[in-house]
Design a protein around this ligand. Structure first.
Ligand SMILES: Nc1ncnc2c1ncn2[C@@H]1O[C@H](COP(=O)(O)OP(=O)(O)OP(=O)(O)O)[C@@H](O)[C@H]1O
Length: 497
C-alpha cells in the first residue's frame, strides 16, 4: 500500500520519490504541485495492490468457457443443431427464461462449438447472431444478414479468382497441369473467371434505408443461396423485434427453406418474455417453437458455483473473505436467480474495496455494492421518466419532505397542479395522474396501496420507496424541472394552514 502522506508544502496526494526531470516536464511548468505532482498520479494508483487479477472476467461481455448448471440446456441445443453438420436443416429453437439465466452465454457457446466443428469437418455451416434490441425492424434484420452474406460471397469469389489465375499461369507453362482439375482447357478457366467476375459485379450491398422490403428480402435470399451452406440465425431478444415490427420477419425467414435449393436456414429465438408468442401468426408460432428450451432461474447454491468459478480467475488469491460469495449469491437469488446481477455485485464489491484501498473484499463491501447497484437503477429509471411522471414524483417528494404520511392521490394532485402552473406545462386529469402513480408503483419508485374510506370511496395511499434526497437531486438535474424548486414555499404555506 503506498504511503500517501507527504512532507513539504504541497497538499496533493502525490507521494513518489522526487524524480529527476531533466527538463522533460517543461509542458507542466506553472501547474500547482510542480513536476513531482505530474509524475505521481498514475504511479500511485498503479503501485497500489489491486484486488483484481483479471476484472474482464466479471464483465457481461466476457463469454465463459464453462457454464456450470447449464449442461442440460447446452446438450439439448447441441443435439438439435448437430443436424446442421450433416448438411440438413436443424429444427428451429425457442429459448426462454428470465434475465441473467445464461441464455445468451449458452447459445453463443454452442454456436462457437458448432462453427469450429464445421471447420474441422469442412461442412459449410455458420451462425449469424443478431441482437434485436438494436436491430429491431424487418428491414434492418434482413439488410444486416444480406450484407454479411454478400461480404462472404465476395471473399469466396476473390479466393476462387486468385486460385484460378494461379492455375491459369501454371497451365500457360504446361497445359498438363489441367489433367487433375475440372477444366479441360485454358478457355474453360477463362469462362469460369468471367462468370465469377460477373457475379461479383452483380452484388449490391443493401443501404441502411430506402429500399422496398421485398427487394431487401430477395437480395438476402440470393446472397444466402449463392453458395451451399446451413445458416443458423440467432435472434436474441426476439420479443423486441416482434413488439417493434410484428412477425413479418419471422414469417419470411421461416418460409425460406421451401424456396431455397442450395442452402438451409434455421432460427434460434431467445427471449425472456414468452408472452410475445401470443402476438405471432399461428403458423409462425408453431414453426418457431418446433423445439423449446427453458432456462430456469439459478438458486443460491448454483449462483455460488458460478461465482466461485469466475472469482478464481478474476481475483488475486486471498482477496475474498469467506462470506463474500455466499452473500452475493444470496442477494442475487432473492432478485430472481440472475447470474448477471450476482457477477455485478461481486465486481462492484471488488471495486469498492479497491477504492477503500483494502487488501480484500468483505461482507460490508457487498452490502455497499447492493445499495450502489440499486441506486444506479433508480437513477436510470428516474432520469428517463417523462416530464409529467417526474412532476407527479416530485409532488410526492415534497409531501414527504413536509412530513406527510400515507399521502393520498388528492394531495398529490393538488401539489402536482401547482408545479405544472409554476413551470408552464399542461395539467393532466386526476384520473391520468392516478395512472402515472400506478406506473411509478410498478417501477418500484413509490409504494401505493388502495385503501377504502368508507362512504367517501377509495383512494390510493403512497410512500416513496427510494432515497428521498438522491431522487430529488436527479429530478432537479432535469433542466425542465429546475424551476420547480421555487414552488416549495407554496407547498409549505399549504401545510402551515
Ligand atoms: N452458468 C453460468 N456460468 C457462468 N456464467 C454465467 C452462467 N449463466 C450466466 N452467466 C453469466 O451471467 C451473465 C448473464 O448471462 P446471459 O447474458 O447469458 O443471460 P441471459 O439469460 O441471456 O439474460 P438476458 O435475457 O437479460 O439477455 C453473463 O455474464 C454470463 O456470462
Amino acid at each position: 500500500m503506498p504511503d500517501t502522506s507527504r512532507d513539504g508544502d504541497s497538499d496533493t496526494i502525490f507521494d513518489e520519490e522526487p524524480v529527476d526531470t531533466d527538463g522533460q516536464n517543461a509542458l507542466f511548468d506553472g501547474l500547482p504541485g510542480d513536476e513531482e505532482a505530474s509524475r505521481g498520479l498514475f504511479d500511485d494508483l498503479l503501485n497500489s495492490e489491486p484486488i483484481f487479477e483479471n476484472k474482464e472476467v466479471l464483465r457481461p461481455s466476457y463469454t465463459p468457457r464453462r457454464l456450470p448448471h447449464r449442461e442440460e440446456q447446452i446438450n439439448n441445443m447441441a443435439t438439435i443443431l448437430v443436424t446442421a453438420l450433416r448438411g440438413d436443416t436443424p429444427s428451429n429453437i425457442l429459448i426462454y427464461g428470465k434475465t441473467g439465466t445464461g441464455k445468451t452465454a449458452s447459445a453463443k457457446f454452442v454456436s462457437e462449438e458448432l462453427e469450429s466443428t464445421s471447420e474441422k469437418y469442412e461442412v459449410p455451416c455458420e451462425v449469424q447472431y443478431i441482437n434485436c434490441e438494436v436491430t429491431d425492424t424487418q428491414y434492418r434484420v434482413l439488410a444486416q444478414l444480406a450484407n454479411t452474406f454478400i461480404d462472404q460471397n465476395e471473399q469466396y469469389i476473390d479466393q476462387q479468382l486468385s486460385e484460378l489465375n494461379d492455375l491459369k499461369a501454371r497451365a500457360n507453362e504446361s497445359v498438363s497441369v489441367l489433367s487433375e482439375t475440372e477444366f479441360d482447357s485454358i478457355t474453360a478457366i477463362d469462362d469460369r473467371i468471367e462468370t465469377l467476375t460477373d457475379d461479383r459485379e452483380q452484388f449490391e450491398s443493401v443501404p441502411m434505408t430506402g429500399w422496398p422490403t421485398d427487394r431487401v428480402y430477395s437480395t438476402f435470399f440470393e446472397a444466402v443461396e449463392y453458395a451451399e451452406r446451413v445458416v443458423v440465425i440467432m435472434l436474441d431478444e426476439i420479443d423486441k423485434l416482434v413488439e417493434k415490427s410484428g412477425d413479418d420477419t419471422l414469417y419470411n425467414l421461416s418460409r425460406m427453406n421451401s424456396e431455397l435449393e442450395n442452402s438451409r436456414v434455421s432460427i434460434i429465438g431467445i427471449s425472456n418474455d414468452l408472452k410475445f408468442t401470443d402476438f405471432l401468426d399461428p403458423r409462425v408460432k408453431s414453426s418457431l417453437g418446433e423445439e423449446e428450451i427453458v432456462f430456469p432461474p439459478y438458486d443460491a447454491t448454483q449462483l455460488k458455483d458460478i461465482l466461485q468459478h469466475r472469482s478464481e480467475v478474476a481475483f488475486k488469491s486471498g482477496a475474498l473473505s469467506d462470506d463474500v460469495i455466499p452473500l452475493c449469491a444470496a442477494f442475487a437469488a432473492q432478485e430472481h436467480g440472475d447470474a448477471r446481477r450476482a457477477l455485478d455485485l461481486l465486481r462492484t464489491a471488488g471495486e469498492l474495496a479497491e477504492r477503500d484501498r483494502t487488501d480484500f473484499i468483505e461482507e460490508e463491501h457487498v452490502r455497499q455494492a447492493q445499495e450502489k447497484i440499486e441506486l444506479d437503477r433508480v437513477v436510470e429509471v428516474v432520469r428517463t421518466l417523462p416530464t409529467q411522471s417526474k412532476l407527479v414524483l416530485y409532488a410526492i417528494i415534497l409531501l414527504e419532505r413536509h412530513g406527510v404520511r400515507n399521502i393520498n392521490t388528492g394531495e398529490v394532485f393538488n401539489i402536482y397542479k401547482q408545479l405544472c402552473t409554476e413551470i408552464g406545462v399542461d395539467v393532466l386529469t386526476q384520473r391520468r395522474v392516478t395512472d402515472l402513480i400506478s406506473e411509478l408503483d410498478m417501477l418500484g419508485i413509490v409504494n401505493a396501496v388502495v385503501v377504502s374510506k368508507g362512504r367517501y370511496g377509495r383512494t390510493k395511499e403512497m410512500s416513496l420507496s427510494v432515497p428521498l434526497e438522491d431522487t430529488e437531486t436527479i429530478l432537479l438535474s432535469d433542466s425542465r424541472l429546475a424551476d420547480v424548486e421555487e414552488a416549495q414555499p407554496f407547498v409549505q404555506a399549504r401545510f402551515d394552514e
